[in-house]
Design a protein around this ligand. Structure first.
Ligand code: MG
Length: 205
């Protein structure tokens, strides 16, 4: 099994007159986040973390702001594409951790819903999603929302448990038996090019 990590960061300024959507969750607030898409700063950071983990580029290379198709786009589309990229690369999410930095609204009362929303979009359990909200103390960034995301991936392996290995060993023994019948018991089966199992079936107990 192999593992990969990815890291993503994003920032968007607050802007009056647009809805606030963070982590796919609509939030009651007097301002939303400005952006070519829906400005979902958290999903953008997670998308970049996923793409980065499999060295597949970044959100801008898939969805350039210059492309009118992504005007006011639902950022769940970006996330879905990143999930497809990691699946194509042969990986799945182990867990994800994030930090959201914004002065308002207060995330505490929304944290359960936010975690569930992100978990649903990623297709993982909320247990595997960390979201920590911070206020931008001393940064003079009260008009901005920032998000950091880290993701851990593991490779998708076919099951090679003892049962499967024994089944393979049985098939192998059967094939060798057939070959012996065909060529006579005195011949060296391995010399015929049959692959020897990469394990000793006697060691599987
Ligand atoms: Mg963004």
């Amino acid at each position: 099994m192999s593992m990969r990590i990815g890291y993503g960061f994003d920032s968007h300024a607050f802007k009056a007159g647009v809805p606030l959507v963070i982590g796919g969750l609509k939030m009651e607030h007097d301002e939303g986040l400005a952006g070519h898409s829906d400005g979902d700063v958290l999903l953008h950071a997670i998308t970049d973390a996923l793409l980065g983990a499999v060295s597949a580029g970044d959100i801008g290379s898939f969805f350039p702001p210059s492309d009118p198709r992504w005007k006011d786009a639902d950022s769940a589309i970006f996330l879905k594409t990143a999930l497809e990229e990691i699946a194509i690369a042969g990986y799945r999410i182990v867990n994800i951790d994030t930090v959201l930095v914004l002065a308002a609204p207060k995330i505490g009362p929304l944290s359960g819903d936010l975690r569930q929303s992100v978990a649903d979009l990623l297709g993982v359990s909320p247990r595997d999603v960390g979201i920590k909200a911070k206020t931008p103390e001393g940064m003079n960034l009260d008009h901005v929302a920032l998000a950091h995301a880290t993701v851990l991936l593991e490779s998708i392996e076919l099951s090679v448990g003892p049962e499967r290995m024994l089944a393979v060993a049985d098939i192998d023994a059967e094939l060798n038996g057939s070959l012996e019948t065909l060529v006579g018991g005195g011949r060296n089966i391995a010399a015929l090019g049959r692959k020897v199992p990469g394990f000793d079936p006697e060691d599987l107990t």
